[in-house]
Design a protein around this ligand. Structure first.
Ligand SMILES: C[S@@+](CC[C@H](N)C(=O)[O-])C[C@H]1O[C@@H](n2cnc3c(N)ncnc32)[C@H](O)[C@@H]1O
Length: 278
């Protein structure tokens, strides 16, 4: 009999945490989430049942998941979902994994517009985390999730089941949107420089969701230009950007004629997003 087997659930979690320390900032949580996903149980359940033995089949299945995590694959891709704004969103290797920093866009938009009916486009919707969250928070708004990746739109559709105020457009940025039709554009576009060394550690996520040309601003340039034509007068553009791109994005907005430019920091105090009106 393999000596790795015949262990209690808590012992398997503890051993995996030790191994994960080498590649993860949250080894214990990762280990618990892998086990919880495998057994279909919550972390609370794992604490309460930690002394129970893990079956051989489950132990082997757990080791296979652990192997994937140890190879650097993000936890969200292994378990197939990620939390955003308190909800669980399905993700796949075709979608970016939603980041907590992006919740800033939700927070700002909810504060900037009241609950009355408006048309909002989420450019580069990916998993649909922004689109579906806004649709849930503001039932009178209509949300249009746009992405040039059809596989991503399929995932986004799954994440918005039951929401009647959402539609999807398979298009490059604003190409399929009628001029002067949008009250708000929100976007977390790709903005990493194409030669940025950080891209290597993000190798499991789609390159098209992450990087945008030599200075990382290719997508933002198009959104600033095309977005202006698609917004109604007084309409709002709210975009995430890189921590060192604030001035350049601000210049692009000013040159295109946007007004009331507001720069926004994330919870860590880093420049993260920008809001402007047409
Ligand atoms: C940084 S991800 C954002 C995903 C999601 N909104 C989020 O915040 O988690 C950028 C998204 O833009 C999409 N994208 C890239 N180029 C695009 C284009 N030309 N037109 C529309 N979407 C594009 C990618 O497929 C990806 O889903």
């Amino acid at each position: 009999m393999n000596d790795r087997l015949d262990l209690q659930i808590s012992q398997v979690i503890a051993r995996a945490s030790d191994q994960l320390r080498a590649i993860s900032d949250s080894p214990q949580l990762d280990s618990q989430l892998l086990m919880g996903d495998l057994l279909g149980q919550s972390r609370e359940w794992l604490y309460a049942h930690g002394e129970e033995p893990l079956s051989d089949d489950n132990h082997l299945a757990f080791l296979a998941l652990l192997e994937r995590r140890l190879s650097g694959e993000p936890l969200a891709y292994i378990i197939g979902h990620r939390e955003f704004w308190g909800d669980s969103f399905r993700v796949s290797p075709d979608t970016l994994i939603p980041r907590p920093e992006t919740e800033l866009l939700i927070e700002c938009l909810l504060a900037a517009r009241d609950r009355s009916p408006i048309l909002v486009a989420d450019l580069g919707t990916g998993s649909g985390a922004i689109t579906a969250t806004l649709a849930r928070e503001r039932p009178a708004w209509h949300l249009v999730g746009v992405d040039m990746s059809l596989p991503a739109i399929r995932v986004a559709r799954c994440n918005s089941q039951g929401l009647g105020n959402v539609s999807w457009v398979h298009s490059s940025w604003c190409r399929a949107i009628r001029p002067g039709s949008l009250d708000v554009i929100v976007s977390n576009p790709p903005y990493i420089r194409e030669n940025d060394p950080h891209l290597q550690s993000l190798g499991f996520e789609p390159r098209s969701a992450l990087s945008a040309g030599p200075d990382g601003l290719d997508a933002i340039r198009v959104i600033v230009t095309e977005g202006y034509d698609c917004l109604v007068r007084g309409g709002l553009l709210l975009m995430e950007h890189g921590y060192d791109q604030r001035q350049q994005v601000c210049d692009l907005l000013t040159q295109r004629g946007y007004q009331n430019i507001q720069c926004l920091d994330d919870l860590a105090g880093q420049p993260r997003a920008i809001m402007a009106s047409r």
